[in-house]
Write a protein of this length. Structure first.
Length: 376
């Protein structure tokens, strides 16, 4: 009888401890068919919740979706087991211990995968740079518990050595955005960025542009690919990026109204661009609406052809495809097109990015004026 009472007492105590201290994985179905996951953590009579925002189950439409969801659930369960083990050891602190066990690049990759804003590609680029840096310093398994200000300052040095112009600052700003999110999710006790004293230096590298006279020379110079030639000159007089001119279809062209409507791949903005006589001449005869306007190779192949073409034209400038867009913007401003109009033609959401063309155009005008100095 006494042994039975002891067993019952022990059982009730265990049940009481379980109520006081447990971690449960919860699922919540969303309107779009996806499922979000969270952990309900019961500790010393208090309930806290940890949202697993980097883990989300897709609406299962096929076998691949179901298999991927299974992997995600396994990750979530692994996190739950880790939290429960911490509780059992009476050594659990959501702020610090979670981060001690979470690999930084793994968490950041999950964050980028779930990221749905327009600069997602840039966010992935920033993460790739950080991952490359960690490989170089042999710290691929770095956890948030070991992420410190000195390491981040070394990463800034790495960025500045590997990037040109605004590249380092752009990558670092997006890296900071990810780290701030990790701090908000309580993976770190303190925001490590507050202790970083190193600043990212470097201004935007001045990019070469082609003047209207140089475009005439280029147009008169033979090249290996007529399609590359037409497409590049078309970008110079319309401001299209490589990714947009390569994907341009005849359905985007309205020859009767001399205009085209392009959804920019980078920003998602729909831009209406008037087509001047030069652009229309480069288009030649229209084809089926679903066909691409230009039959272009890869970006590397096109830039290789372009580089040889510019050299053959004896134009001593470093020109890649993106210089076509810069040439368009600068030539607009140089020929007295207003800042707001130029901004709209380029598809900029603000005039901030268009301002760089104003600076270049003003410099060009100053040089032109200096050529007619006379001795008095």
């Amino acid at each position: 009888m006494a042994q039975t009472l002891i067993k019952n007492h022990t059982f009730e105590k265990q049940k009481s401890n379980q109520r006081k201290m447990s971690v449960q994985l919860r699922k919540r179905k969303n309107a779009d068919g996806t499922t979000t996951l969270r952990l309900d953590i019961y500790h010393n009579g208090l309930r806290t919740m940890e949202r697993l925002t980097h883990l989300k189950l897709a609406k299962p439409l096929n076998i691949a979706d179901r298999e991927n969801n299974k992997k995600i659930l396994q990750q979530a369960e692994a996190i739950r087991v880790t939290r429960a083990a911490d509780l059992e050891a009476n050594d659990y602190n959501m702020v610090t211990d979670t981060g001690k066990k979470t690999v930084v690049t793994v968490w950041l990759q999950n964050y980028v995968d779930a990221y749905n804003k327009k600069d997602k590609r840039n966010m992935q680029g920033a993460l790739n740079r950080f991952s490359d840096y960690l490989i170089e310093v042999k710290k691929q398994k770095l956890t948030f518990g070991n992420l410190n200000a000195l390491l981040i300052e070394d990463f800034i040095d790495y960025l500045e050595n590997k990037s040109t112009g605004e590249g380092a600052a752009s990558y670092y700003n997006r890296f900071k955005k990810m780290i701030k999110q990790a701090y908000r999710k309580r993976l770190m006790k303190d925001n490590v960025l507050d202790f970083v004293e190193r600043k990212v230096s470097g201004k935007a590298k001045k990019k070469d542009i082609l003047t209207l006279d140089e475009l005439k020379i280029l147009a008169a110079t033979p090249t290996e690919s007529s399609e590359v030639k037409k497409a590049f000159l078309f970008s110079c007089v319309t401001g299209l990026r490589w990714i947009d001119v390569k994907a341009l279809r005849w359905q985007d062209i309205d020859l009767s109204n001399k205009q085209m409507n392009v959804t920019q791949s980078k920003t998602g903005e729909v831009v209406n661009i008037p087509l001047n006589d030069t652009a229309i001449k480069l288009l030649e005869q229209p084809k089926a609406t679903t066909l691409t306007v230009f039959d272009l190779p890869t970006a590397n192949g096109a830039n290789k052809t372009l580089k040889a073409w510019v050299k053959r034209a004896k134009i001593a400038k470093a020109i890649s495809w993106h210089n076509a867009r810069h040439s368009f913007g600068t030539n607009l401003i140089f020929n007295d097109v207003g800042l707001l109009t130029a901004s709209k033609l380029l598809g900029h959401t603000t005039t901030k990015h268009t301002q760089r063309y104003v600076d270049i155009a003003n410099e060009m005008k100053e040089k032109a004026t200096n050529k007619i100095n006379i001795d008095l």
